[in-house]
Write a protein that binds this ligand. Sequence first.
Ligand SMILES: Cc1cc2nc3c(=O)[nH]c(=O)nc-3n(C[C@H](O)[C@H](O)[C@H](O)COP(=O)(O)O)c2cc1C
Length: 182
Amino acid sequence: MKTVVIYTSQTGFTKRYAEWIAKRMNADILDLKEAKKKPDSFFDGYDAIVYGGWCMAGKVAKCGWFLGKVSAWQGKRLAIFAVGCSPDGTPEVAAAMKQLLTDEQRKYIKAFYCQGGINYDRMSFPYRMAMKMFAGSLKNKKNATAKDKEMGEFIAQNHDLADIRFIEPVVAYLEEKKNPAS
Ligand SMILES: Cc1cc2nc3c(=O)[nH]c(=O)nc-3n(C[C@H](O)[C@H](O)[C@H](O)COP(=O)(O)O)c2cc1C
């Protein structure tokens, strides 16, 4: 199965996941900027297309390009993965994943969440400010719960919780088509 992994990453976590998936699948890998320059016919040769983007305010960064193309790619294996700092299994992640795809898209695209982290050193200034303000607002808000404070502390600092085990469901999904008899 010929696979291409397309990603957009600001601080490196999504890129790392894209590289892990591409390596495991022996797939091609493209930064979204490169992918956008390709003619539509370029993607005809792929059986599977995977898009990865980082989570931004409950959305997946720049997923519009991929989601704008998918209806024409319904005969292919399609997956999208979101990389965020929120711990997997939290209601925030569930809500973000729920609103990522329409009911129609869910019939032919599978969505996955991969926990990344925070790297303030590689973040652009406006995003660094936005995250610091969000962290501060959680910690200092009136009637902040212990959970709010804990989350505020968690996102105020650099951390790296990316783990290759998060690619397993993505790979399994892609492999399913690769070996339809198994
Ligand atoms: C402005 C901004 C908003 C963010 N919003 C979310 C969010 O809603 N949910 C989440 O889990 N992570 C959020 N994050 C954290 C990033 O998704 C996280 O740092 C991710 O690992 C970055 O991936 P990258 O290294 O590929 O850029 C946000 C980060 C920034 C800068």
